[in-house]
Every structure is written in C-alpha cells, then in structure tokens.
Design a protein around this ligand. Structure first.
Ligand code: SF4
Length: 738
C-alpha cells in the first residue's frame, strides 16, 4: 500500500489528507496529523473521499475520453485529443477573427488548482486579449475580496486558525460553520472547552447548528446585516467602547462614517433587523471587548468569522466593509485572536484570486483598472499589452452569451447549468452560444448536456499542484494514482489541457496570413506557455508576486514538500506570516486602513403580496456543491436523504400543509416541486432550501415553460454593484400545495 500526502478537495478549511492506494486504486483516506489546518481531523465529506473514487464510481460517473456533439441534443461521440483540441482551436480562432477577442469567454472554478488557474488567466488575458475570464469564486468570495480591498487595501485575510483559541469573543456572521467548515468548527469547540468564558455571537437568518451553541443568537431579517453592524457602531460610539487611539494612529475616513451611523439608532436597528435592543447592546459590548467596567485597557480580542451570508448578497461588499469597520473602530485587528476573518467556500478560491483569475483582477492581486499594473503583467508575460476593457463577470458573461454577444464559452471544472442563479438565463446562454467547451472530470453534471465538446479532466487523487486555504496557507495537492483510461485518450490535467490549446492557438496565429485583430501575436520562436510541469507554472506565478502583498518569492515546491506555508513569505524568509497588520500598517497609499462609509440597502427583491416568502439557500452538512462527487457516496445521504423546502410550522398550518406534502415553490423566474418540511429554525415568512439538489432530485419549469431544476430555478441574478456577486441568499417566492 502506498501513502500520498495531499489536500481535501472540498472546502476552504484546506485539510491535509493521507491517501492510501494500491496500484491504480485509491483504497482509503485519513487526516494528515501533521497538516496545520486539521492536525489529522476530517469531516464526514473528507473522510469518505475514497468512496467517491472507487472503480465502480469512476466507470459510472467519470468523463473518460474526449467527446464531440455534432448536433445539439445528440449523443456525443468519442474523438481523439488531437481532433478535439484541433476543433476547439479552429472554432475559437474563427470566432475571434470574425467577432473579436471579447466574443469568447472562459468560466473556470475555485476547484481548480493554482497552476490550472494561472494558465487559463494568461491564455485569456495574455494570448487571446480578452478579460472575459471569471470563475465560480465570483459566486462565493468576490464580496469578501471587495470588502477587504475597500477597507484594508488588499485582498488578504489577516488571521489564522490559531486565532480561534486566542479570541475572547467569536462573532460569526452569515456562516453555518458547523456544516460548511466542520473541522474549523471542531477547533471552535476545543477553544470553548479550553476557555469556558469565551463568548460566541452568531448572526444569521436561520437558527443553524452553529447558532444552537451560541451564547447570543441574533436572528436577523434577510439582508439587514449592514443595519446591524452600523447599529453596533452607533452604540459603541455612544457608550465610549471604540478605540480612538487606534483610529487616530492607523485609520482614516471615520468622520463621514460617524455621521452616517448617527441615524442607526437602537430602536431603528432593532425594528429593521427584528432583534431585541438588549441583544444589540450585548453583542456590541462583547464585540468591542470591554468588560463591565468598560475600561478600554482591558479590551479582550474579538475574531469575526463570516462567509456566504454576507457575501452572496446584492449588498455583499457593504456588509463585509461594515463588519470590518467595527474591527477598525475597536482596534480589533492585528493581534492574536482579533480580526475580520473571511472563510473561503471552495478549496482554492484564494489561489484563484492570487493569480488574478477574475474578470477584474490581474496576477498577484494586481488590478485590471490600474494602467501600471497592466503594464507590469504585460512585461512579466512578454506580451504587448493586457487589454483595459473590463471583462464580463459570471452573471454578466452568461447574460452576454444569452444576448448573443459572447459566442464561444470554455467552461472548466464547474457546473453553471446548476450552480448559477436564474437558471433560465444560464440555459438560454448555453443554447445560444455557437460553441461550448466543457472541461470536466464528471460526465454526470447538468452542463454536459449543453457542451459541443467535452474534454475529460483529472480530479482529486490524480492531480498535482497547489491550493491556498482560508488562512493564506499554500498546500501541495499530490497524485496518488494515475488518471483512469489510457494515456492517449484518458483524462488530462486541467493546466495541461489549457497549455495544449494555447500552444495550438499560438501556432495558428503565427501561421495566419490574416491578422486577428486585438490578439497579442506571440513571438514565433517562443511560446508564452513553456510549461512541462505544474511546478514550472507555479514558479512563474511565484515570480509575479515579487514585491506584492502576497509575495511568495521565499517559497518553493521543495519547501512545500516538507510543510504547507502561509503567505506572504518573501525571499530569504524561512516561514510565512501567521497574522497580518500587527504593525498597524496597511497596504494602502497612506498606510492607513480606510473606514468604508456604506449605507444599508434592503434585499434586491422584496417580498410582496404575490411572493410573500423569503427564500434563502445554503449547505447541508454532508454534501458538496452540485453533488457530482458527494452524490456518489451513499453514506452521505444518511444525514439528509432527500430534498425539501423548510418552513415554520405555523406558516404550514396556515396553509393547511402537512409534513411531506408536495408544494410548488415559485419565484418570478421559475418553479420547482418538492416536499415541505417543518422547521422552527426559520422565522415566520421565511423558507430554506439546500443548494445541492440538481435535476435528478428537484425538477421544475421556467417562466416560459422551459425545463429547469434545483433551487437556482428560483434565485435572482441581482448582484452587488461593487463585487458583482449575486444574491443567492434571498429571493421572494410563493408556496402552493401541489
Ligand atoms: Fe474537507 Fe473541509 Fe471537511 Fe476539511 S472541513 S475534511 S477541507 S470538507
């Protein structure tokens, strides 16, 4: 039996795993006791990974050879890799030549490794000359990115997991940590056992398993987080709980915010958020870290942990920034146990951000809108320019395809036909696009039905590269077994597929007698993609970080073989930074953190007489995303075995609904049919449906009668104006007995 150290492919905790394998078969998984993210622990998903990689599952679920669909809706036929990539290259070149580089778009994934991400980003922005590359991390973390940049100056979570044990108050907002980040939650439980006086405040619209163990639970109305955070700041100012010395020394912009929060009185906040004033006062005092004698010198540390409840909102950036404002006002940052700690959803949402794999970013946290940053990246890549036109973000990209503006889509390692909001528009986009390439490990995802070309990719247990977890820790992902199938026809690594396509496109451009307008014509003697290994890609990425906030020039694959490391880790350093901003200096032009003067705005789609319920979405404990992997493990259905919409028992009684009754759940965009289930975790007029269930479980129809499925038949694509992250967490719906 062979043992291979690697990383769990599910959530942003980034647990280390040890994979057991015999020959070509993965036979077991256990937690890596030496990995600092989990010290040997795994949750139900991580500990059953081997069951999702058996020979039977592989045979039934994996995409094992390139397939081409000559007619939409037909069964795709096997083709060779050479034929598949030749078709892709020819088709993309033709569309670029006919309509320009912005007629193509790449939609990638926070499941990809950093090396995969880097190549795709360079392919789009460096070679093709379009910024139309975005990722499902847009649906997950972009509000956290925008919130950090707006206030602290850089997209850098300042904390580490160890801070959980140093905090005296844990302020958990919009995160069901017990389900979404289970191994981190075990650490929270440890901290509470070790320090019984530690306080935990949970802010959520649902009484989740996390909220159940809180010392104080604020069950707010959907979308009212900014109201709550500003109300807390109002109280802190009134009571003298802020830290004027910290603000004077390290921040700017407080006066404007102070004027804004004057109107967020306890009465107004309690009424809007639906909470008690006493609870608002208690939460504010615990957050500020002042004891009953309110002596600022005895201030105890507060760590906030937050996730999709803040991010997946039409006010996502404002919510993030308003919470960070509280940390700045109380000096709750830059010391053990204190700071705003955004928890990443996906295993490598961080790595994608680091290489600039979003439509508005460039390598190493550079900004597309900054001409100097564009010039730096063009010089690093050896291309004439990086285009300045902003790329389409996820929702915009599919809307542009639905409108006929984007004509070719390359989708890698994600399932937009299930996971994007407003499925009717997304499916229209996939149908209208002239050419859709899907690079994917699984043949079972809803998006497969829309692809003209299906390219089989390797997956967990087979891949080689790196990922970055929530605490900025870079870990190695290592292959335990070879990809299934034969080497000529079977799955290939994501970065290698992108490199092969890019090199073919380069050759076509060099050979082309007709210039392709807008393209960065590569020099004939040297490919922009000279990568024999993932390490060679990573080394180029590493060099691009020199002098940036995430500088990793002191880190190498060799060092990562020994242990995972946190960034930044500059050349000459032997370890990364555990915690940021301990010196009170921020990566802004003036070195100060900036208070964000944001205002409260309600949800994008208010409830009304026709759609009188608020629907929120979220995770189950034992499933991951669209279930392409966890859905293959029978044991993981033991916790929740079938889909349901959860509703308060009194709302059910009023509608004469009984447990298990089938209901039509509909929004302005579509409807699904599923059983209803009573839950006192929800307030009245609110509903919850898990995000995971796809078309095998929940079927539905769009407003125009088209076939849809899952909760995203209902969700809205309204998004935050700053982060462009859509509002998965609220849609106005109605419920009618089926
Ligand atoms: Fe995997 Fe996350 Fe569970 Fe750790 S907590 S084992 S990273 S799913």
């Amino acid at each position: 039996m062979k043992e291979t150290r690697s990383t769990c492919p599910y959530c942003g905790v980034g647990c280390g795993v040890i994979i057991h394998s015999e020959g070509a078969q993965i036979t077991g998984v256990k937690g890596d006791p030496q990995h600092p993210a989990n010290f040997g622990r795994l949750c139900s998903k991580g500990s059953t990974l081997q069951l999702s990689a058996t020979a039977e599952v592989t045979l039934q679920t994996r995409l094992l050879q390139p397939l081409q669909r000559l007619v939409r809706g037909s069964t795709p036929q096997p083709v060779t890799w050479d034929s598949a990539l030749h078709t892709a290259t020819t088709k993309f070149a033709q569309i670029i030549r006919d309509y320009g580089p912005d007629a193509v778009g790449f939609y990638v994934s926070g499941q990809l490794l950093t090396e995969d991400y880097y190549v795709f980003n360079k392919l789009a922005k460096g070679l093709i000359g379009t910024n139309n590359i975005d990722t499902n991390s847009r649906l997950c973390m972009s509000s956290a990115v925008a919130g950090y940049k707006k206030t602290l100056g850089a997209d850098a979570p300042p904390n580490c997991y160890d801070d959980v044990q140093f905090a005296q108050t844990l302020f958990i907002a919009g995160s069901n940590t017990a389900f979404a980040h289970p191994v981190l939650f075990r650490r929270i439980e440890d901290a509470r056992r070790a320090n019984p006086t530690q306080k935990m405040v949970v802010v959520d619209v649902r009484r989740t398993d996390t909220a159940e163990v809180a010392d104080l639970f604020l069950q707010i109305q959907p979308g009212t987080d900014v109201m709550l955070f500003h109300g807390m700041l109002h109280l802190m100012l009134w009571e003298g709980w802020v830290d004027p010395a910290y603000m004077r020394a390290h921040t700017s912009g407080f006066d404007a915010l102070k004027a804004t929060v004057r109107d967020y009185t306890p009465d107004a906040v309690a009424a809007t958020c639906g909470i008690r004033k006493e609870d608002l006062v208690l939460a504010s005092r615990w957050f500020a870290g002042v004891d009953d004698s309110d002596v600022a010198h005895s201030r105890t540390p507060t760590l906030s942990l937050y996730c999709q409840g803040l991010n997946q909102s039409s006010a996502g950036t404002a919510k993030n920034a308003a919470l960070i404002n509280l940390h700045l006002a109380c000096g709750q940052i830059g010391k053990p146990g204190a700071g705003p700690f955004s928890l990443t959803g996906q295993p490598n949402a961080m790595g994608g951000r680091e290489v600039g794999g979003l439509a508005n970013l460039l390598s190493a946290h550079r900004d597309l809108a900054n001409p100097a940053h564009r010039a730096e990246v063009a010089a690093l890549w050896g291309v004439s320019q990086v285009p300045d036109k902003p790329g389409k973000t996820a929702v915009e990209m599919f809307q542009a395809a639905a409108d006929g503006e984007i004509k070719a889509l390359w989708i890698a390692c994600t399932n937009p036909a299930q996971s994007m909001p407003d499925q009717a528009t997304v499916r229209r986009a996939l149908e209208r696009a002239e050419f859709v390439v899907l690079q994917e490990a699984f043949a079972t995802t809803a998006t497969c039905a829309y692809a003209d070309l299906l390219l089989p990719a390797t997956t967990w247990g087979e891949k080689d590269g790196t990922v970055t977890n929530s605490e900025r820790r870079i870990s190695r992902v290592r292959p335990a077994v070879a990809a299934p199938g034969d080497a000529h026809h079977g799955p290939r690594h994501d970065w290698a597929i992108a490199v092969d396509f890019a090199q073919r496109l380069e050759k076509l451009l060099v050979a082309s007698t007709v210039p392709i307008e807008g393209l960065n014509q590569a020099q004939p003697t040297r490919s922009l993609f000279p990568y024999p290994t993932p390490e060679s890609v990573w080394n180029e990425h590493r060099e691009s970080t020199r002098g940036r906030d995430l500088d990793i020039t002191g880190m190498s694959y060799q060092q990562l073989e020994e242990r995972p490391l946190q960034w930044p880790m500059r050349e000459g350093q032997s370890a990364g930074a555990q915690r940021l901003y301990e010196d009170g200096v921020f990566p802004t032009a003036d070195g100060r953190a900036h208070f964000a003067n944001v205002v409260y705005k309600p949800v994008a789609e208010a409830r009304d007489a026709r759609f009188p319920f608020s629907l929120t979405t979220g995770r189950l404990r034992d499933q991951w995303h669209g279930m392409s992997r966890t859905g293959t493990v029978g044991r993981l259905f033991g916790h929740v075995s079938e889909p349901a919409v959860l509703m308060h028992p009194q709302d059910m009684a009023r509608r004469l609904l009984k447990e298990g009754d089938l209901v039509h759940l509909s929004s302005k965009r579509g409807a699904v049919v599923l059983p209803v289930q009573a839950s006192k975790a929800l307030a009245m007029s609110q509903l919850f449906m898990a995000m995971h269930w796809g078309e095998e479980f929940v079927s539905g129809l769009g407003a125009k009668g088209q076939r849809l499925s899952g909760v995203n038949a209902l969700t809205t694509s309204a998004f935050c104006p700053d982060s462009k992250q859509p509002e998965f967490k609220h849609a106005a719906v109605k419920v009618v007995k089926a």
